[in-house]
Design a protein around this ligand. Structure first.
Ligand SMILES: NC(=O)c1ccc[n+]([C@@H]2O[C@H](COP(=O)([O-])OP(=O)(O)OC[C@H]3O[C@@H](n4cnc5c(N)ncnc54)[C@H](O)[C@@H]3O)[C@@H](O)[C@H]2O)c1
Length: 251
């Protein structure tokens, strides 16, 4: 029970890495808000958590909308009395390169992958200050550190790179108020988002070959890292950028 008594929000918690993390947080004793735009999958995630003995609730929240984000944090603090942990996980892929990239796609990708983290953090940090501190974990990607085939296009890599220094900036300015902010950079993880890659055996093989560990990752392997950063075991870690990438960025 590494998160006993903690209140946590997981954005994009209805699927993939977010779902695995919401489930693990609840297993470790946290009260979890699954925040997502996918209502049916979000409710289903909550039902699965409850049926395995955990505490969870679904809040419909489009994290690209300031009003939704504000209300998500307000509802969390009303329900659970506080907010201790925020996993800024919601995001989207985009493989388009700059010459073909329309302004509308740039805005959509940057709004979800980067601006949403500013908005969620803005409201969450205010709530965390009121209750004496907290832990924020931001989702970047190996695409925030490097670029290449099968990683993502211009807007994806730029937005995920922005998350790195947004993380450091928040860590520097709110550390003295007991708020830790860290960032993870996963490699290719087997989730619904990447099925176009792993469902094709030839592509999956090519991707796996780029990794020292010779395979893609599992959502649970990312969730375990997020759990560590969320917990008091990481009490002296802030502003860290942690690859969860099977060694991809070592090469
Ligand atoms: N899967 C990977 O290989 C991989 C690698 C590196 C980083 N990531 C990042 O991890 C995060 C989760 O990815 P995943 O693979 O679990 O994807 P996923 O598609 O399984 O889950 C993403 C979730 O985000 C939700 N979402 C989308 N737009 C939203 C919005 N506006 N507001 C709230 N929720 C929204 C979706 O409904 C979905 O439930 C993303 O930020 C992604 O960029 C994934």
């Amino acid at each position: 029970m590494r998160l006993a008594g903690k209140a946590a929000v997981v954005t994009g918690g209805a699927s993939g890495i977010g779902k695995a993390t919401a489930w693990l947080f609840a297993k470790e004793g946290a009260k979890v808000v699954v925040a997502d735009i996918a209502d049916e999958k979000g409710q289903q995630t909550v039902e699965e958590i409850r049926s395995s003995g955990g505490e969870a609730t679904f809040i419909h929240s489009d994290v690209t909308k300031m009003a939704d984000v504000k209300s998500m944090v307000e509802k969390t603090t009303e329900s659970f009395g506080k907010l201790d942990i925020l996993f800024n996980n919601a995001g989207m892929p985009s493989g388009t390169l700059v010459v073909d990239l329309e302004e509308e796609e740039w805005d959509r990708v940057a709004n979800l992958n980067l601006k949403s983290i500013y908005m969620c953090s803005k409201h969450a940090i205010s709530a965390m200050i009121s209750s004496g501190g907290g832990s924020i974990i931001n989702m970047s990607s190996i695409g925030g550190l490097v670029s290449g085939k099968y990683i993502g296009g211009t807007a994806f890599c730029a937005s995920k790179a922005g998350v790195l220094n947004l993380t450091r900036s928040l860590a520097v300015h709110y550390g003295h108020q007991g708020i830790r902010v860290n960032c993870i950079c996963p490699g290719h993880i087997v989730t619904p988002m990447t099925q176009i890659l792993w469902k094709d055996p030839a592509t999956a093989k090519k991707i796996a070959a780029k990794y020292p560990l010779r395979r893609m990752g599992k959502p649970q392997e990312v969730a375990q890292t997020v759990l560590f950063l969320a917990s008091d075991e990481a009490s002296y870690i802030t502003g860290a950028i942690i690859p969860v990438d099977g060694g991809y960025t070592c090469i």
